[in-house]
Ligand binder design. Structure first.
Ligand code: G3H
Ligand code: 13P
Ligand code: ZN
Length: 311
């Protein structure tokens, strides 16, 4: 099956009360881990590429790796630009074969966010590509943009109808208490999502797909492995998986996860090299990293997203 847009995936996810995982990819092993897990779970999946990933891997390499993945399975796969900063990067991704782009002008004033988003939507729709945009601001790190906790803002439900109508977007990322990165909350804190805001957004935009960024949960057992084998990740917790389950049953159709996969990948490499100090063949430690990341994706699909057997 060729790459697909997210339109059909989201329609089914909305109706079925589950969400599709959008996992960030930077190299071959990550793409294989995600697609193998999704294939074995018979789950649709979104592979997303950030500006940092484009810089690291070259988008042409990533596109061909994703095309190779698509050839090896029949599950629906979408290729998405994560946090597109401006029209040009969205256009380059659309021209380069992506089936979905995010224009993230959420840090810009209201009118400017609408104008840039609308321009991207027009170009994307002309080329059969769908568009995600964002209202509200998440705390944490997005590429080179650092949003301090104090500057983070929940999405106002009063704005969502006008924004979606004026821009013509296909899905909307909202801020309801998630944040980017592996250091979201201190141990002992009890992070909760603003499910009330999500419900109100759902009432204002019936049937419209909502997206959650910054949805890693920072698995403590993986952080413990990193730290047991020479790492020094600070003690931190993420978004409880039970909160994400609640959101997936409501209007949330896409849940972005990057940090948890990175931690799983790194934990396996650290463990492998500590236990096998003579190894120098990258296939040995990258093989373990890929297997551990695959287990993390499987866990998310089965226990958090609810998208298994929906392909
Ligand atoms: O939201 C950002 C993603 O986690 C991508 O991170 O910009 O370091 O590739 P990156
Ligand atoms: P995490 O850092 O919580 O994994 O969020 C990833 C993300 O939102 C990518 O856009
Ligand atoms: Zn994000």
């Amino acid at each position: 099956m060729p790459l697909v847009t997210t339109t059909e995936m989201f329609k089914k996810a909305y109706a079925g009360g589950y969400a599709i995982g959008a996992f960030n990819v930077n190299n071959m092993e990550m793409i294989q881990a995600i697609v193998e897990a999704a294939n074995e779970c018979r789950s649709p999946v979104i592979l997303q590429v950030s500006a940092g990933a484009r810089k690291y891997a070259n988008p042409v390499y990533l596109r061909h790796l994703v095309e190779a993945a698509v050839e090896t399975t029949d599950i629906p796969i979408a290729m998405h630009l994560d946090h597109g900063a401006d029209f040009d990067i969205c256009k380059a991704s659309i021209d380069g074969g992506f089936t979905s782009v995010m224009i993230d002008a959420s840090s810009k004033p209201w009118e400017e966010n609408i104008a840039i988003t609308k321009k991207v939507v027009e170009y994307a729709h002309d080329h059969g590509v769908v568009v995600e945009a964002e209202l509200g601001r998440l705390a944490g790190i997005e590429d080179d943009v650092h949003v301090a906790n104090d500057d983070a803002m929940f999405t106002s439900p009063d704005e969502v109808e006008e924004f979606t109508q004026k821009t013509g977007i296909d899905s909307l990322a909202i801020a309801i208490g998630t944040s980017h990165g592996a250091y979201k909350f201190k141990p002992g804190q009890d992070p909760k999502l603003r499910i009330d805001i999500l419900e109100e957004v759902g009432r204002r935009l019936p049937g419209f797909p909502i997206v959650l960024h910054g949805a890693s949960s920072v698995p403590q057992e993986q952080v413990a492995v990193v730290n047991q084998y020479g790492g020094s990740m600070p003690n931190a917790i993420g978004i409880p998986e039970s909160e994400l389950r609640k959101a997936a049953k409501l209007a949330v159709c896409k849940i972005n996860i990057d940090s948890d996969l990175r931690v799983a990948f790194t934990a396996a490499i650290r463990k492998h090299l500590a236990e096998n100090p003579s190894h120098f063949d990258p296939r040995q430690y990258l093989g373990d990293a890929r297997a551990n990341m695959k287990e993390m994706v499987r866990h998310k699909i089965v226990n958090v997203l609810g998208s298994a057997n929906k392909a």
